[in-house]
Design a binder for this molecule. Structure first.
Ligand code: CA
Length: 343
């Protein structure tokens, strides 16, 4: 039987190897039993760092919710080796590779159970590995946090404009706290998202507790760039400053405010084939404009299938590799948010 850890009822199979309460900087693992052919009584060892200073708020920072997204892990690793308890008012919990098996495999979902971590929250202690990790993160770490920053990027199949985002939640105070934190991140773009398929997302689970939640999309394509990692690093410090955890001047540059108001933002592929983008990220588009074409790959001499924008805005995301399948998201158009820019 599992021993109860960190006051969890029912107990979690996850055992942290470090104390996350006492002052100081500690680096260890979340140890999760994983019995398999090459290690009968083996464990998953998921890296975690905790930096605890004087009394104050707790921030939980997570990367690699999806295993093929790299800006978050890089920003978190950098902070974990640099941050000193003397700099911290409160506590910073750093989980650079939340879905560790997926991260090690370089895949979006876990190779162990095939589960997408961002569709399995709040998880459960008696369920499959990815759900066990989600359950521990939710009950032991999110529950202790005042603010949560969960990094995303496009992964191997999408490329995004670099943005920090908050969701439209319906409660004005909660909306204001989350959108202020997304603004504080100060990515080149700041986005308000109406989440269309939010069941099982970490976002939804964290928000259901009334916590301040910020997420990102910082490019993609299954890699990172000097620019995108710079945005991730700067944003992390800025969010900790905003939370009152770090006391230093924020680095603030221009940010454009965008809105993703409806399903009309999305264009999905109707055919399989070779993708030709006619517009690049950040460029303006008009409703009805052909923003991409899909060429047939089983014959020549045939016309391509046009992909149209559903509304006026800027191209905020695109499919990444050259080949598409029916149902793939080809593009996401976001709308300039004049109200947020003025506010
Ligand atoms: Ca993602």
């Amino acid at each position: 039987m599992h021993q109860p850890v960190m006051g969890l009822t029912p107990p979690s199979p996850v055992q942290p190897t470090i104390d996350i309460e006492a002052p100081g900087a500690r680096h260890g693992h979340l140890r999760l039993p994983w019995s398999r052919n090459d290690s009968a009584w083996g464990n998953l060892m998921i890296p975690i760092s905790v930096v605890v200073g004087g009394p104050g708020p707790t921030a939980l920072i997570t990367g690699a919710n999806h295993g093929d997204e790299y800006e978050g892990p890089l920003a978190i690793l950098d902070l974990a080796q640099a941050l000193r308890p003397e700099e911290v008012t409160g506590r910073v919990i750093l989980l650079p590779f939340m879905n560790y098996p997926a991260f090690r495999a370089g895949t979006r979902v876990s190779p162990i159970d095939g589960v997408n971590m961002n569709r399995c929250f709040p998880g459960g202690p008696d369920q499959s590995i990815t759900r066990q990790i989600a359950d521990f993160v939710f009950r032991a770490l999110v529950s202790r946090a005042d603010i949560v920053l969960d990094y995303h990027s496009g992964g191997r199949t999408l490329d995004f404009l670099p943005f920090a985002a908050s969701h439209v939640l319906g409660d004005p105070d909660h909306d204001a706290r989350c959108s202020a934190a997304a603004r504080a991140f100060n990515a080149p773009y700041t986005v308000k998202m109406l989440e269309i398929d939010n069941v099982g997302m970490m976002d939804t689970a964290v928000e259901s507790l009334g916590k301040t939640f910020v997420t990102t999309e910082l490019r993609g394509g299954g890699t990172s760039t000097a620019e995108s990692v710079g945005v991730a690093r700067k944003g992390l410090r800025n969010v900790l400053i905003h939370a009152g955890i770090l006391d230093e001047p924020p680095q603030v540059g221009p940010s454009r405010f965008l809105d993703m108001p409806s399903l009309d933002c999305f264009t999905f592929a109707r055919e399989a084939g070779l993708l030709e983008m006619l517009v690049d990220l950040g460029q303006p588009v008009r409703r009805g404009q052909t923003i991409a074409r899909i060429w047939p790959v089983d014959r020549s001499g045939a016309a391509p299938e046009p992909c149209m924008a559903g509304l006026d805005g800027v191209l905020a995301a695109r499919h990444f590799p050259g080949l598409v399948q029916p149902g793939d998201t080809v593009s996401v158009v976001a709308v300039e948010d004049a109200e947020a820019a003025a506010g």
